[in-house]
Design a protein around this ligand. Sequence first.
Ligand SMILES: [Zn+2]
Ligand SMILES: [Zn+2]
Length: 429
Amino acid sequence: MNRFSSVLNIILLSILFIYLNISSAAEISEQTKPDSQWWKGNLHTHSFWSDGNDFPEMIVSWYAENGYNFLALSDHNILSVGDKWIEFPNRGGIIENAYQKYLAKFGLDWVETEDGIESGQKVRLKPLNEFRSLFESPGRFLLMQSEEITAQFINIPVHLNATNLYRFIAPKSGKSVREVIQNNVDAVYQQRQEIGRPILVHVNHPNFGWALTAKDIALVKNEKFFEVYNGHPAVRNYGDQDHISTEKMWDQILTHRLTNGTGEIIYGIATDDAHNYHQYQMNKSNPGRGWVMVKATHLSAESIIKAMENGNFYASTGVKVKSIEIGQTSYRIEIAPEDGTTFTTQFVGTTKKDILNLEDFDSQKENSKNDSLIGKVLAVKQGVKVQYDFNGDELYVRAKVISSKKKKNPYSENELETAWLQPIELLSK
Ligand SMILES: [Zn+2]
Ligand SMILES: [Zn+2]
């Protein structure tokens, strides 16, 4: 073998070696590519850091022990950072009670009091960064920093949750309800741009204080999420004789945005908005009422938020969905069966034919004829495997699965477990 051919051989062998390595790397990445799976989480929770009535570690324990994979502690206009102490009188009541339970669960080595256990006058609230390692575990449980940006217009409450934010955002004001929402959404986006990490902003409980209308939300830009269900007893999810439900609002927002508005879709979230952790009853805002199930590859803030932004999640108060397939021609759902439970699925949407008959959105009043044209039930199906075939006239289609099972510790009397699946916009054919 001459020198030239041995060099050539070395080159050829090297090429083969590189090729084999590349192909085995490709095989490995194909094999180890994680599958998407469902992760359960609550994005709206209060603690002693604002007006919730328990210590954050106690609250996180509850969620971690009750099948959740992620949680955002979202106190009013504050992050769980810095040095904060709460005082409590030594004469019983919720705070004293909470302190005793906290001490029993976490012990004297963990709990910090200022004057010692005997007097028990002041207890330190641990910041998120001190307690998160007690609970976080890769692929099992994740905590995301959050804030309920609690703004207002005159005395109208405008609340938005910013999940996975990095820095505190002071609530912004504005010259109208709509402007207040927009200014706060913009503040979140500005931080998102500056720090380069995803932050999810969602509009909270629109009917709390009858604060927000569908129009207010429809006209806001870059707002892709709102609470179709909030477990706090004061939020009026179902509206009343003079106000539409949050679900009807969802249809109005979608119809407006997809016809003459921004074209942005809006997704529905369910949350607890939990404040009360000691008495479990209907007139308290307890944990465990509403949550989201997100289909994502990783249990990370990035993966969860990206999946939600792509609509890969559903909101639930109990119904478990196994799979959702939305194709060119149909919306298919498989629901997890439960013994002795039946499921009814409503496919809801607005049709292009009906849009022609709508009253002008700007002059529209609540209970106008639009209410019957917007968000119609297009089909009702029974069973755990259901399918809706698009007929081409729908502007969008979303689905709502209602179980025959009553919800435990419900938000309202006779509440049935429900899941809200996200809308899909149907492009014109
Ligand atoms: Zn609120
Ligand atoms: Zn809240």
